[in-house]
Design a protein around this ligand. Structure first.
Ligand code: PEP
Ligand code: MG
Length: 573
């Protein structure tokens, strides 16, 4: 049995699939003359194998009527692999420089990538990720390293991986995957957040799941009790069945709260909203009785593609969301790329500290047009529902002034083109850096609302990487420093008459609800499936009592005593 960090609750059973990103080590030592023919033969065989693999993926995508764009990407890969120039250069490196086939392919493609990196043409730059993909495929085939294609997994499996990135998870066909397990990861890494928002039972940080299980093992994943069993005995299966039955009954009970308001016993109304990453997530928003979208993470629209979505494409997406949700509000957060979320086509150099680097609104220096076109698309879609704009990763007043100038600029552009839009669209910022929290009084005067992003506020305040499993014990949402910063932000926002919510994962932790309510937050935004649970908790609390209790909590100097005090409080009430 394996344990880890459960990040999305549920119980599922079925076969597992191990997904390993094997490390590729290239041998650049010269080969002898008599090995040349063998290496040339290996190149041709594996080039053909690569083309056949891509062809069958392409056919599968056709059968499944998946998006045309994905199919075109694979067609492009085949053209690159079969390119005559590429073939000539590889053969010349094998024959003349005596490189083995894998080293020759790597060298040729590395050179092509370095040339593309220097070019100013955006279209050609976008092809870098295609070159990297085909390089990996041919080299893996030559070195006989198995290739698993995440986008075409076709059976109902529990996927077990060393680590998965946000872009891996959105590539997965989630309707085919019934559970997720990873060796690494943490409660608040973006991967975990997406798994939760998709309601897929998930355990991360197991340390060894990819070693312990083999593809096709029959497993039971119980992320309620943090256990993953291999070929469980009939006794365990019976026990699990009971747990599952109780869990489903509990879920059903929660579901009955769907149409009831989130209101405390002494009538303080709290707004509960959803965090989403795409229009597909809106189904769960509706199902769980959410009162709007408090955070639309738009960066996922930009990932796993070779060029950014056009203004028109984005407009259609936001318009559709606005229409489905109307008149309920949607807070659209401008792209928060960087950190652990990458796109190949942006000018973001490799960074030593990506979470402290070119992330979110900071890309405006390198990629201004991406932000401007996004703002235009949101404004145009504002005609069709109740949209608001939110900027992430703000640290200073200057940034807000600059962004507001850009917004006026794009409004002018749209006016010139005779587009209509909501002129007084509300704008807000995420408070997710200590600097923004400290400057919140001044910032509150410049915007319509705040949303506290605890996922990052915790990481930056405590200097603890949110995705690093080995220091996860230090990532403490209830540490006094974080709570005091939050209280300061809430007081400053309210002093300026502005609304303040929270959209970090802490919003969905019902253990913390009493403190969040007690601090005076107006809105809690979380993954949709947590809404009924948190609502249940709110309906058990008294606002006045929570407020007084929280005043005491904020005087405490250790999170241990804070936790003990909350436990006592919840036991009493
Ligand atoms: C946060 O930082 O709390 C947040 C909601 O943003 P993200 O998790 O996307 O960084
Ligand atoms: Mg954040």
């Amino acid at each position: 049995m394996v344990k880890g960090i459960p990040v999305s609750p549920g119980i599922v059973s079925g076969k597992c699939l191990i997904f390993k990103k094997e490390k590729i080590t290239i041998n650049y030592q010269k080969i002898s003359k008599d090995q040349i023919l063998e290496e040339i033969d290996s190149f041709y065989k594996n080039r053909k194998k690569s083309v056949d693999q891509i062809q069958s993926i392409k056919n599968l995508l056709k059968i499944k009527k998946m998006d045309k764009e994905k199919r075109e990407i694979f067609e492009g890969h085949i053209m690159l692999i079969e390119d005559e120039e590429f073939e000539k250069e590889v053969l010349s490196l094998i024959r003349e420089k005596h490189y083995c086939a894998s080293a020759a392919v790597t060298k040729v493609i590395d050179f092509q990538i370095s040339k593309l990196q220097e070019i100013k043409n955006e279209y050609l730059k976008n092809r870098i990720s295609d070159f990297k993909d085909i390089q990996e495929r041919i080299v893996k085939n030559i070195l006989k390293i198995p290739i698993v294609n995440l986008s075409i997994i076709s059976k109902g499996v529990v996927l077990i991986a060393e680590d998965l990135s946000p872009s891996d998870i959105i590539q997965l066909k989630m309707d085919k995957i019934i559970g997720l397990v990873t060796n690494h990861g943490n409660q608040n890494s973006h991967f975990s957040i997406i798994a939760r928002s998709m309601d897929i039972p998930t355990i991360v940080g197991t340390g060894r799941a990819t070693e312990y299980f083999k593809t096709d093992d029959y497993i039971v994943l119980d992320s309620i009790n943090n256990r993953i069993y291999k070929n469980p005995s009939s006794e365990i299966i019976e026990k699990i069945k009971k747990i599952k039955k109780n869990y489903l009954t509990w879920k059903k009970e929660l579901n009955n709260l769907r149409y009831l308001p989130a209101i405390t016993l002494d009538n303080r109304r709290i707004i509960l909203q959803s965090n989403v990453g795409s229009n597909e997530d809106i189904e769960l928003v509706k199902k769980n009785g959410s009162e709007g979208i408090g955070l639309y993470r738009t960066e996922f629209l930009f990932m796993n593609r070779s060029s950014p979505p056009t203004e028109e494409e984005q407009f259609q997406t936001y318009k559709k969301a606005a229409e489905i949700m109307n008149p309920k509000p949607i807070i659209i957060r401008t792209i928060d790329i960087g950190g652990d979320k990458f796109v190949s086509y942006m000018k973001i150099p490799k960074e030593d500290n990506p979470f402290l680097g070119l992330r979110a609104i900071r890309i405006i220096r390198n990629e201004e047009e991406i932000i401007l076109s996004q703002l235009r698309a949101i404004l145009r879609a504002s005609n069709f529902g109740n949209l608001k704009i939110m900027f992430p990763m703000v640290i200073s007043l200057e940034e807000i002034m600059n962004l507001k100038n850009k917004l006026s600029f794009v409004k002018n552009q749209l006016n010139c083109k005779k587009y209509t839009f909501k002129e007084n669209i509300e704008i807000g910022i995420m408070i997710e850096t200590p600097s923004a929290a400290i400057m919140s009084k001044e910032l509150a005067r410049e915007v319509d609302f705040f949303s506290i992003g605890t996922n990052d506020l915790i990481q930056y305040t405590l200097a603890v990487d949110r995705g690093n499993q080995s220091i996860s014990h230090l990532y403490d949402p209830l540490s006094p420093s974080v709570l005091r910063l939050m209280k300061m932000v809430i007081s400053n926002a309210h002093y300026e008459g502005k609304e303040v919510g929270i959209c970090g994962e802490l919003a969905s932790d019902e253990f913390a609800t009493v403190v969040l309510i007690g601090m005076g937050l107006d809105k809690l935004s979380m993954n949709s499936t947590s809404i009924p649970r948190v609502k249940k908790q709110i309906r058990k609390l008294k606002f006045q009592e929570s407020k007084e209790f929280t005043e005491n909590i904020l005087k405490m100097s250790s999170s241990r005593s804070i936790r003990l005090e909350i436990k006592r409080f919840l036991r009493r009430s």
